[in-house]
Ligand binder design. Structure first.
Ligand code: TYC
Length: 107
């Protein structure tokens, strides 16, 4: 039975040392400008970030008044994809809307 006990201890140690850390998270941020129409920004927030009408309007107004606003917090690839989607939509309509991602502050 001594052998069995050793195996069990090894197994527990293994599990502890290979446990994964949570992935780094990134916040996607919209920046204000003087030209992009408010309605376009609200539509982007609804389409790209799955916001409802009220939440989209609230974030758009926060960006308008404060210069920037967080649209959501995601893992790196999802954040990067959403930034690209915003840039693509803005470019298609020739709006100067800027969207960036940055490491999310620790919760
Ligand atoms: N400031 C813009 C305007 O007055 C609206 C706007 C809001 C633009 C948010 C960009 O990320 C933005 N039309």
């Amino acid at each position: 039975m001594a052998i069995n006990t050793d195996i069990q201890r090894d197994t527990v140690l293994d599990r502890q040392t290979t446990r994964l850390a949570p992935p780094p998270m990134y916040q996607v941020v919209l920046l204000n400008d003087d030209y992009t129409p408010m309605e376009f920004v609200v539509n982007v927030l609804r389409r790209v970030f799955d916001k409802g009408e009220d939440e989209a309007a609230r974030i758009m107004l926060k960006v308008h008044h404060e210069g920037r606003g967080v649209c959501g917090v995601y893992t790196r690839d999802i954040a990067a994809t959403r930034v690209e989607m915003v840039r693509h939509l803005a470019q298609a309509r020739q709006h100067p809307l800027q969207c960036i991602m940055e490491p999310a502050p620790d919760a």
